[in-house]
Write a protein that binds this ligand. Structure first.
Ligand SMILES: [Zn+2]
Length: 202
């Protein structure tokens, strides 16, 4: 049986590595691009290259920022409240919370959650820099806004242990977010309720 030409195979394999894309969708996308106007593939190719080469992580909170900026928009805004840090799993969660318009403090992005099964321990996440930020002394409250999943809860519990030692108030987003659901997919009102109804972790 003749096999597909290598460029087609290569792109299909690349698509398959993306989350939520199985072999069928991967080959459908590849053949779509083969037939589609050149403009569509070049826009995609340029976007992919620029994604990594023009973005960087904020050196303070690890949110996404542009490559020539040390600090993200939120960290460099003097009007934000330094006494509060909201800890989230991913940069998308920052944007979800920002959409509520209710939070005026700072953020810290962990870039994942603790997961012993996947071998992800505290050293793999941006936990140390968080503790360093709190140690500077301006922070009064840390809001743990990891997802309401098993890993999200375990991560919050771990952070609570580390943070209370530093004498800071530790709160957790209120229940009401769908369990196992992602913060980034929660609607604005649910997120707003979870934020305003946040509770002390004991
Ligand atoms: Zn930042």
């Amino acid at each position: 049986m003749p096999s597909l030409p290598e460029p087609i195979q290569n792109l299909t394999i690349a698509f398959e590595r993306l989350p939520g894309i199985g072999p069928k969708t991967a080959s459908r996308l590849t053949f779509f691009l083969l037939r589609a106007p050149d403009e569509i593939s070049s826009q995609l190719a340029e976007g992919l290259l620029a994604l990594k080469s023009t973005t960087a992580l904020c050196q303070n909170c690890f949110n996404i920022t542009l490559i020539n900026q040390n600090l993200c928009e939120i960290c460099s805004n003097p009007k934000r409240d330094d006494s509060s840090i909201c800890v989230v799993e991913e940069p998308l969660d920052v944007f979800a919370l920002e959409k509520t318009g209710a939070y005026k403090g700072r953020y810290h992005v962990l870039h994942g959650v603790l997961s012993p099964i996947e071998g992800i321990n505290p050293d793999h996440l941006k936990i140390k820099p968080l503790l360093e930020r709190v140690k500077l002394g301006n922070v009064k409250e840390v809001i743990l806004a990891t997802n309401p999943s098993m890993e999200g809860d375990a991560t919050a519990l771990y952070l609570q242990g580390q943070l209370t030692r530093l004498g800071v108030r530790v709160t957790r987003l209120a229940r009401g977010l769908p369990v196992g659901g992602d913060l980034e997919y929660a609607d604005q009102n649910t997120l707003l309720r979870a934020l305003t109804g946040r509770q002390e972790m004991e």
